[in-house]
Design a binder for this molecule. Sequence first.
Ligand code: MTE
Ligand code: MO
Length: 579
Amino acid sequence: MDTTNPPGRRDRIPRVTENEKEPHGRRGAVRPLLGACSGALAGFAALAVAELVSVAVRPQAGPVVAVGGAAIDRTPAAVKDWAVRRFGTDDKLVLQLGILAVLALCALALGVVALRWRRTGAAGVLLFGAVGAVAATGRPDSTGAADALPSVVGAVAGAVLLYVLTGRLALREHTTHAATDVPVDTAAATAADVPTAADAPAATDAARPGGVRSGAEWDRRGFVIAATAAAAASTGAAVLGRTWNASRGHSAAASRERLVLPRPASAALAVPGGAGLRIPGISPFTTPNGDFYRVDTALVVPKVDAGAWRLRIHGKGVARPLTLSFDDLLRRELVERDITLTCVSNEVGGPYVGNARWIGVRLAGLLAECGVVPPSRGGPADQLVARSVDGMTIGSPLEDVMDGRDSLLAVGMNGEPLPFAHGFPVRMVVPGLYGYVSACKWIEDLELTTFDAYDPYWVKRGWARRAPVKTQSRIDTPKPFARPRAGTVMVAGVAWAQHRGIDKVEVRVDDGPWQEARLAAEDTRDTWRQWSFPWQATAGGHTLTVRATDRTGQVQTDRRTRTVPDGASGRHSVVVTVD
Ligand SMILES: Nc1nc2c(c(=O)[nH]1)N[C@H]1C(S)=C(S)[C@@H](COP(=O)(O)O)O[C@H]1N2
Ligand SMILES: [Mo]
């Protein structure tokens, strides 16, 4: 901005003087900058409008979430695995920031393009809208063509704005009669929107007839007014969208706050006193909800109103299909169970494992009431496919779900209703199966089918159809590269082999013999088990390795595999230097 000529006053300043004060060379740098700025404003407007519209349509249909979701859907297992490993639970934030960064760069570039080719610039904005629309309608949770609306409406707003703003930046030829020094009416020139002006090199005085001086000028005042108005309106739209969206979540939040979980008919036994060792650095036996790992594809955590929630049970061999409300579910007999949940993406020694006390309805009983018979007793279905409100599909072996283990439709986690991030109002939990083949959050549909007939979400992306949890153990303390003092060092951690149970844990120092660790008391065979090993540490560098043996006699293999397709195997080691 030229401070010698405030926008409000420039009309009154003789144009000739202004041109002399501001050589073309300098203006040449300002216009591209303002072009980029127009692009950024157009991008911001497009996103703000799109997000606002998405609240009316469906929050998941907003362009950033839709494109992010589509990216997640298309990410090969190995890349997703890398992202989870690299960014952990921040992977979603990183993805969204990445999308925003790319959009911002493209918006700046489109602004510069539009300076010269206004229509092309505007068309470019529309193209981004088309990408958003295709992504939104192509997601597994898409409810139809309406999902395209946020991206389309947002892009149109952005395109129009870019066209208008760069119109103000278009160079207009103005002619000044040397004698009178009266500028041509630039506002009128702008309104006419002479298409050639933008591209025309500044006319030189020499080319003009005598007595007339001229130059090229753009509509500063018009630009500043339009840009300010656009920025204000976009900010307004963004704030409105956020506020509205937040109030939308209120009914779901209220339904969660109102909820008082009934006392379970079958309570879990108290965790044995000896199940949780008091060793600094060891994972607590029960993982607090706030610390419980979270793995899902949802860029926006679904906020489901328990009052409006329904679960449909239907499909192959379902003699009596059923639709349950949340109250129907709570009126049934509730059981409380400690179950350790593990993610197939957990690396050896990784953090995606947690143990909670769940309250829920036993799934086997519910299915039996619907007339479902497991394959071992001649039932036609062998796969139970759970669908969530966000379009996730998770397939579990029906045989495992109905074999007597505590497969739950869980409503409570560690004494409170499920947190939204962990599936409120209802999720599945099946002891012994990785989460991606058992633990559907925000569940709304259960379909009986066969493994031959249907591949759920992760299976389509290269993960195994069936995935029982592998026997694993982890050293929680000492941490890698710790520098303990020589003497007794407590080596401790957790081991899990859900539904089989842990029988033995052994520790090896360097290439020494396997030495049995002390096992903490077992809660149930569906939970992990803590262990400890007092190590007489000697000075120098040492490698500590752990292995578990489950109740079937299976010793944790040292054969390292990747997490894809059915979970990492191998043994956890920690390198320390004893001082
Ligand atoms: N709707 C939905 N449910 C889901 C997932 C998901 O992406 N969407 N991820 C599954 C995976 S891979 C795991 S490991 C568990 C994790 O549950 P948590 O986030 O409560 O720990 O949820 C499962 N349920
Ligand atoms: Mo997972």
